[in-house]
Write a protein that binds this ligand. Structure first.
Ligand code: PLP
Length: 363
């Protein structure tokens, strides 16, 4: 860790890889060949064109994606995608949604403004402790698509296999586990992720869309909400967040070249999360994990302590030791350690050590 920095367990915006921050710092005043900052050059310049192509190419390589998938960078984060995908593909018809937690619920609420949303499974009555098995899903014939959330950031539960939905179009909010492990992209028709967890700064979403879907986009949509127009204009219909796209480019390059791709990062993410779940399991009763074991997220580790006073003390003592942002989401309380790709193994080791010590002195 660089001097002055902490292990930041924020759920997003969250840690970025230090080599990325250093590179951005080095290039901040004068991007090579531009004599100006990336923030100061035209989004229509040749240099920016290279920056955006570079970002797309690394994502393509990481996901082993063929040319019939298009990548765009959209404003408005993942929340705008909740609306945008419904405006483009629901449009008064019916779609199936899998309600696995807070973010899936939000996607459904936005979807309902544009058509019929069928909740084909809900984990609400179980307090969102697990992801469903495909055998529990009743896909409806008329569904235009099936929407799921691959990782519920607030509850800390994750799908490790895509739901099996037959030949329906599969749409996925992958905001909090995008590029954290390999996936078979050919199973997806549309996948989107707010950038600020695993791939960059806030403010944009990375959207991957299968080309044949573009012919289904209705005419005369507002320009920035029109997937076809966004693809045709290579995300440059208007002035995008050029700085965010640049940083995404650095992150995906780091992931591919320094880390060695998605199999490698998956190995690391497994090791990191196992370290923390082990402490929870070995001190079961003091640390109470939220997720059922087979749905435990590798990105967001959610747990409670015996009471709220202890939780407050845990969070503030950890912060004093440079382990910050461990408070759970305000809607569910408790504690949450978000350990996306950029969280070093040492950060998880330090937290595991702190947790063991805390239980020794407070258990
Ligand atoms: C799974 C998931 N979906 C959607 C969102 C909303 O993202 P944004 O704030 O980029 O709109 C988040 C943000 O935390 C998230 O974790």
């Amino acid at each position: 860790m660089l001097e002055g920095r902490v292990f930041n367990f924020s759920s997003g915006p969250s840690m970025l890889p230090e080599p990325v921050l250093l590179k951005a710092q080095q290039e901040l005043l004068a991007y090579p060949g531009a004599g100006a900052s990336v923030m100061e050059i035209s989004h229509r310049s040749k240099i920016f064109d290279e920056i955006i192509e570079n970002a797309k190419n690394y994502i393509k390589k990481l996901l082993n994606m063929s040319d019939n998938y298009k990548i765009i960078f959209t404003p408005g984060g993942a929340t705008m995608q909740f609306s945008m995908l419904a405006i483009n593909f629901l449009n008064g018809a019916s779609a199936d949604y899998i309600n696995t937690g807070s973010w899936a619920s939000k996607a459904m609420s936005e979807g309902k403004k544009h058509g019929t949303v069928r909740e084909i499974w809900s984990g609400k009555s179980e307090n969102y402790v697990r992801m469903p098995d495909s055998s529990e899903l009743k896909i409806s014939d008329e569904a235009k698509y099936v929407h799921f959330t691959s990782n519920e950031t607030i509850q800390g539960i994750e799908f490790f296999n895509e739901p099996d939905i037959g030949d329906k179009l599969l749409f996925c909010d992958a905001s909090s586990d995008f590029l954290s492990r390999p996936i078979d992209i050919t199973k997806y028709a549309l996948l989107y992720a707010g950038a600020q967890k695993n791939v960059g700064p806030s403010g944009i979403a990375v959207v991957i869309i299968r080309e044949d879907l573009l012919s289904l986009v209705p005419e005369k949509l507002p320009s920035l909400l029109d997937y076809r127009l966004m693809v045709e204009n290579n995300s440059l219909y208007n002035t995008p967040s050029t700085w965010s796209i640049y940083i995404v480019g650095l992150v995906v390059k780091w992931l591919y070249e320094d880390i060695g791709g998605l199999y490698k990062i998956e190995e690391l993410n497994k090791k990191k999360s196992e370290l923390l779940y082990k402490v929870i399991d070995e001190n079961n009763g003091f640390y109470i994990g939220h997720a059922q074991k087979n749905s435990r997220s590798r990105m967001n580790i959610t747990f409670r302590l015996p009471d709220e006073t202890l939780e407050k003390e845990f969070i503030s003592k950890a912060s004093a030791e440079g382990l910050t942002e461990l408070k759970g989401h305000r809607s569910v309380g408790g504690c949450r350690a978000s350990i996306y790709n950029a969280m070093p193994y040492e950060g998880c080791e330090a937290l595991a050590q702190f947790m063991k010590e805390f239980v020794r002195t407070h258990g």
